[in-house]
Structure formats: structure tokens, C-alpha cells
Design a protein around this ligand. Sequence first.
Ligand SMILES: [Fe+2]
Ligand SMILES: [Fe+2]
Length: 144
Amino acid sequence: MPPLKRMQWDQRVSVGVPEIDRQHQILFSVINQLMDLHEEGATDTFDILEQLTHYLNYHFHTEHTIMLGSDYPDFGDHSSEHQKFIDQVLGFLDAYENGKSPLPRELLTFLHEWFVHHILQTDRRLGAFLERERKNKRLTAPPE
Ligand SMILES: [Fe+2]
Ligand SMILES: [Fe+2]
């Protein structure tokens, strides 16, 4: 088996919102830790998985708050992508007996691919919207 491709954060996956970018970097590093554990053949991944699910909820909540606070028109589609993803991850974890075997490789490649795709397609659309909003406000703001 070739080694799993690690998640790498660079400007290409930047959303342009510092808080979201910071959280993505943390998520990338948690996923990379899971990949390390997988390759070491570790079976007890409970702590890191818990960290991942906890941080995922926190991250999605942050994005939802930003979307609602800016009247983002695509809130419905964006948040249902998050929900579908959570359901898929939980489906994987349901089938996985922690402590008995290493995490399935398919879960790790799924996490990797989902994140890159979601960030490039969906989070960046939100980032572009926020950027446009900022510019519009600057244009319409009364002179100080
Ligand atoms: Fe995100
Ligand atoms: Fe998102």
C-alpha cells in the first residue's frame, strides 16, 4: 500500500476568512494524525476520533454562525453538505470497532477528498461572498 497522501494547507485552499482558515488547518492536522496512526497500525484511535468529531461540530457551527450573520443566500445547501458529511462519517464509525483494528483506509481517503472538494467548491464560495459584501459596504459606507 502506498502511504496515504497527507493533507496540506496552502494558499490554494484559503477561504480568505482567517478564522475559517485557522480551523481548516487544525482539522487537516487532526486528519494527518489519524493517517499516522493508521500507518503505524494503531488500533486505539478513540481519543483522536473524538477530537475530530468534536472539532468538526465546532467548525461547522462557526461557519453556520458566519453564514446566518451575513444573510448568506446559500446557507441551506452549504449546511446540508455538512450534515450529509457528518452522517457519512458516523456511518463509517458505526461499522468500525475501536480498539480492534486500525481505522479503515477508505475513511481517511474519504476525509481527505471531502475536505479538499468542500473547501474549494463550497467554503470558497462563502469566502467570495463575504469578500463582495465587505467591498460593497466599503463602497456604500458614508465618509467618516
Ligand atoms: Fe469548512
Ligand atoms: Fe463548509
